[in-house]
Design a protein around this ligand. Structure first.
Ligand code: ADP
Ligand code: MG
Length: 156
């Protein structure tokens, strides 16, 4: 069975942010049939969304895994629980949030799992760390946007 290349973005805005990221990283590296192949530096971002809350630290990981997308999601949710993330913390302060942004070039559109992440193009705090680790999907999307802009400019 071949390995899949997956891009994750981790976020934390509660407790010791460095510790949360480093614990989550080592938990992810120890998941079965999974290893971290690249990690970005830590980026600081302001909270996003309707609720005012403390700043975040974000980090992107490139992961090689033989797990299926849903199994990987289950394991990542276990890591979130282990790090004591409260339930129902959507858009609220959290010890750790782990989002799957890309899984090879797969497209999945279920409430439990949407890949590519539904909002990645609007989130600087996904794009910056992902570009830092050379994420192909982000580079490709931006080069397509640039081509389109230059074609539009030419036709003016
Ligand atoms: P958010 O990351 O938007 O703040 P949560 O982390 O609370 O929200 O996620 C809520 C639900 O989103 C999870 O229970 C999970 O099943 C679902 N979900 C859908 N797509 C993804 C994805 N690409 N990565 C992680 N979780 C996802
Ligand atoms: Mg999440």
């Amino acid at each position: 069975m071949s390995s899949h290349i997956v891009y994750l973005v981790l976020g934390t805005n509660l407790g010791n942010r460095y510790k949360n990221l480093s614990k989550a990283r080592s938990e992810i590296d120890e998941l079965p049939q999974t290893r971290i192949s690249k990690k970005s530096k830590i980026f600081k971002s302001s909270a996003y969304g309707p609720i005012e809350q403390p700043f975040f630290f974000n980090l992107a990981l490139e992961v090689e895994t033989k797990l299926s997308p849903l199994l990987l999601l289950d394991y990542l949710q276990k890591v979130e629980k282990k790090l004591k993330r409260e339930k129902n913390s959507h858009m609220k302060p959290r010890t750790i949030d782990i989002d799957i942004v890309f899984f090879d070039d797969l497209k999945i559109d279920k409430p439990k799992l949407t890949i590519p992440h539904y909002d990645w193009q609007n989130r600087d705090f996904f794009i910056k760390p992902l570009l830092e680790i050379n994420c192909d999907q982000v580079k490709k999307a931006f080069s397509e946007i640039n081509t389109e802009i230059s074609q539009n400019l030419k036709s003016l």
